[in-house]
Design a protein around this ligand. Structure first.
Ligand code: SF4
Length: 374
């Protein structure tokens, strides 16, 4: 299978979005954030394209302005704000980076790397924004135009940078004698901050495994929707089972009856929550009263409330095993505690975690309704 890094990233954030985009090939208009990012990336490429003289700040701003697409914005105010932000990014970038000071090896370089073994080979492709020759090796730089900046720990483990490192080593196998000499950086242009790290061979192997795991799930046809804040930027909401009902008016579906039921369900759920809180308070007061009066049953006009003692037991595992094993019943009572297993997953070594994931199959699926009030 052939998969690009960005498609893999889409699968990780939402498998269903991956299916719409990569398998069903449903096109969506580019979001304004994506258009903004592309324009800034193009300007960065212009700034660093090797030539006799590096472009001056004015030329870079002119380039940005010429490639700007105002049509994607909702209104003139929004468009103006985004344009000013783009200009500010370039100005700040020039303040901190004189393009003449960099030794550029490649810009927006495409790569393809093979992963897996002989009978299970796959190809990862992608584009590296920039590769520089630095004093003691090389530096891979990826520009980001997102608002949010990650922690250094996230950058230290960022999968994209691991894949890019692998791609570099595959393309220039003789250029560096140690992976330490390859610096990997994410440049957050809105903040003017570059976060850098290096990779170990072990991290590169693990990144390959993560791709193989995702490929296995894709080949098995696992495309569950994954709701997240990223849904706000997803162009497939009108097709997605998690969102499409929201567009029912546009789709001209007659939902009068079900609308009433949805409303009633939400109201009943709210009433249940209030009732639950009230019941808890009443129970507390009645128990206090029973303690105070030294009684175990209280009598009202509508009935009797009795206090019962519920006991939970724990068993001596060794002894129970000794009793049940000869009777061939031990296996019948063994049950893996999924919650406990999830709690210890983070402390397990990577290989063990992967094996646990592989050993996981769906036992049964039940659907329940969760109400999220506006
Ligand atoms: S709207 Fe959200 S859940 Fe649905 S496909 Fe898009 S990202 Fe996935």
């Amino acid at each position: 299978m052939r998969i690009s890094y960005s498609a893999f990233d889409t699968y990780q954030s939402c498998p269903l979005k991956y299916k719409f985009q990569e398998i069903d090939k449903i096109k969506t208009p580019k979001s304004k954030e994506a258009v903004f990012g592309t324009t800034v990336h193009e300007t960065m490429k212009f700034i660093h394209t090797p030539g006799i003289l590096s472009p001056a700040l004015d030329q870079a701003m002119e380039h940005f302005s010429n490639t700007w697409n105002p049509a994607v914005f909702d209104n003139p105010d929004e468009e103006r704000a985004a344009f000013s932000q783009g200009i500010k990014i370039i100005q700040d970038y020039y303040k901190k980076n004189n393009p003449a000071n960099f030794n550029i090896v490649d810009l927006e370089t495409r790569f393809q790397i093979e992963i897996g073994d002989a009978d299970d080979k796959h190809i990862i492709s992608g584009i590296i924004d920039r590769i520089d020759k630095i004093e003691d090796g090389y530096e891979i730089i990826d520009y980001k135009t997102t608002k949010k900046m990650p922690s250094q720990e996230k950058v230290d483990n960022d999968l994209q940078l691991s894949v890019y490192s692998k791609a570099f080593l595959a393309r220039y196998p003789k250029e560096i004698d140690n992976v330490d000499k390859l610096k990997v950086s994410l440049y957050y242009l809105k903040h003017g901050v570059k976060l850098s790290a290096t990779r170990t061979i072990d991290q590169l192997k693990k990144s390959e495994q993560l791709f193989l795991d995702a490929i296995r799930l894709i080949e098995e046809g696992r495309f569950e929707p994954q709701i997240s804040p990223l849904c706000d930027w997803c162009g497939y909401q009108n097709l997605c089972p998690m969102w499409k009902h929201k567009f029912k008016d546009r789709r001209k579906i007659n939902t009068e009856e079900v609308n009433g039921e949805i409303q009633e369900y939400i109201e009943l759920k709210s009433a249940m929550a209030i009732t639950k809180d009230r019941l808890a308070k009443l129970q507390e007061d009645i128990v206090n009263y029973m303690d105070q009066e030294g009684v175990e049953r209280v009598f009202g006009t509508e009935g009797v409330i009795a206090r019962t003692l519920r006991k939970t037991y724990k068993y001596d595992e060794k002894k129970i095993r000794e009793i049940l094993e000869p009777l061939d019943k031990w296996e019948d009572i063994l049950k893996i505690d999924g919650v406990a297993l999830k709690n210890i997953m983070d402390v397990l070594p990577f290989s063990a975690r992967r094996e646990v994931e592989k050993a996981k199959t769906i036992d049964k699926e039940t659907k329940s309704l969760i109400v999220k009030k506006k």
